[in-house]
Design a protein around this ligand. Structure first.
Ligand code: 4AD
Ligand code: MG
Length: 427
């Protein structure tokens, strides 16, 4: 049996022809002598019309919302039908009858999260998941075109990358290990043989924050490049972001429109992005009435004020060492400042953090000490500074934050099929 996907029926290619499709009953409407079943499959929805005199009538009467069905009929053009085509059904088989589906209109967000395993069938989630898949494809395409090698870092790690506060500990036989917060340190190892490397892998943060931008498990795009500078890095990041946005605007026009978005907005994301030093960012914020003092880290509000001012993605770079991680390289003429850059976007704030890495062994040992870390926990990492060290840079960007911003999602939860947060690990 040949089954035809609904989106290909909707192209009109099968007008007047007989097709068989498989899917689930999305909506049902009955009149005295006709039953209208709107059927959905992975690709789209189409109306299936069953007349009383059809052999399919009995099954159509029985079919409930979310029942799985296989249906054979003739494709008919009908301007009034959603998608412009419908199917005059001759045969209908119920593959799996559905009990009363718990999701009806106007359910609360909280309810929908409890029945996430069912809510993922919605048109909205279907569309977001398709765009997510495309975004991941374009990330890989971009890095491949730039000559980066994809690598697979470990998920179990023995010491912190981003500070102990957000580490998840795991019992590992008789030892303790952690779930990775970032692949960065391991990517740094790999540049010494592969030059330019990247990965898209899960990261874990025991993050207490309950915001629209925090998950405890997220997908992390990270890259690391030998012989590169902070300027190279910012250029790489802005090219990546505009490549993804432009590609999605072109490839996913229909999906974007289905979410109520205008693809033109993504087309506008073009390089170069504004780049502002931390010092200047502080001055600008203070002028706008922010209470922030030099030396303090930006919060969500400061990030929002900055992106509002610049109207789109932008970088803030050259931060005080105190508010950055131990591995960020200092400026020679101003050692209290480090070569770190955050990419900020409207509404979501921080989309990525990246920077130049300390490449000198002595500076690394000093830095570990300053940050209260034990050099013996980072022995292999310090080794990289012993054997042919090179200037290098890298960054990390959360896939879910990227989607939340691109698709203007209310919360980061909808950017991933099964969000994990402090309060939610079900289903
Ligand atoms: O800023 P972060 O902590 O930087 C690092 O982990 C670096 N080691 C990355 C690197 O240089 N390779 O995390 C990087 C990005 C953030 O900018 C954000 O997009 C995302 O990871 N992220 C989160 N996304 C969702 N939920 C969380 N709890 C996140 N924490 C970080
Ligand atoms: Mg950061």
């Amino acid at each position: 049996m040949v089954y035809t996907a609904i989106d290909s029926i909707l192209t009109g290619r099968y007008k007047g022809k007989k097709v068989t499709m498989r899917g689930w009953v999305y909506r049902k409407r009955e009149s005295k002598d006709t039953i209208f079943l709107v059927v959905r499959d992975a690709s789209g929805v189409i109306q299936a019309v069953v007349r009383k005199n059809s052999p399919a009538w009995k099954a159509a009467e029985k079919a409930t919302i979310e029942s799985a069905v296989a249906s054979t009929g003739t494709v008919k053009e009908d301007k009034r039908a959603p998608g412009g085509y419908e199917i005059n059904v001759q045969k209908l088989e119920i593959v799996g009858l559905s009990q009363t589906f718990p999701i009806a209109k106007d359910k609360s967000e909280e309810f929908l999260r409890n029945v996430r395993h069912l809510w993922l069938r919605s048109r909205k989630m279907n569309t977001i998941m398709k765009i997510r898949s495309e975004v991941l494809k374009y990330i890989h395409e971009f890095f491949e075109r730039q000559g980066f090698i994809e690598v697979s870092p470990p998920m179990f790690i023995s010491s912190a990358v981003e500070g102990g506060a957000t580490l998840f500990g795991v019992k590992y036989f008789d030892d303790m290990m952690y779930l990775t917060q970032s692949a960065q340190l391991h990517l740094e190892v790999l540049i010494y043989s592969l030059g330019k490397v990247y990965c898209v892998a899960p990261s874990f943060r025991a993050e207490k924050s309950r915001t629209i931008r925090h998950l405890t498990e997220y997908w992390h795009v990270e890259s690391e490049e030998a012989f590169s500078t902070l300027d190279d890095l910012m250029r790489l990041e802005e090219r990546l972001l505009s490549y993804i946005c432009q590609s999605i605007a072109k490839k996913c026009r229909k999906h974007l429109e289905a979410l109520g978005l205008d693809p033109k907005e993504l087309m506008k994301i073009r390089t170069p992005f504004p780049k502002v030093r931390y010092d200047e960012a502080i001055e600008r914020l203070q002028k706008k009435g922010s209470k922030i003092q030099w030396g303090e880290d930006f919060g969500f509000n400061e990030e929002r004020m900055l992106t509002q001012e610049f109207g789109g993605p932008m970088f803030v770079y050259a931060y005080p060492k105190k508010i950055r991680a131990f591995y960020v390289k200092g400026y020679q003429d101003r050692p209290e400042m480090v070569m770190s850059a955050d990419l900020l976007v409207p509404r979501v704030g921080e989309l990525s953090t990246g920077g130049a890495r300390v490449d000198d062994k002595e500076e690394m040992l000093r830095s570990l000490q300053e940050f209260g870390l034990r050099p013996e926990d980072y022995e292999w990492y310090v080794d990289l500074r012993r054997y042919g060290s090179v200037p290098h840079t890298g960054f990390g960007m959360g896939v879910e934050r990227l989607l939340t911003w691109m698709l203007n999602l209310e919360s980061i939860f909808d950017s991933i099929p099964f969000p994990r947060t402090t309060r939610r690990s079900y289903p």
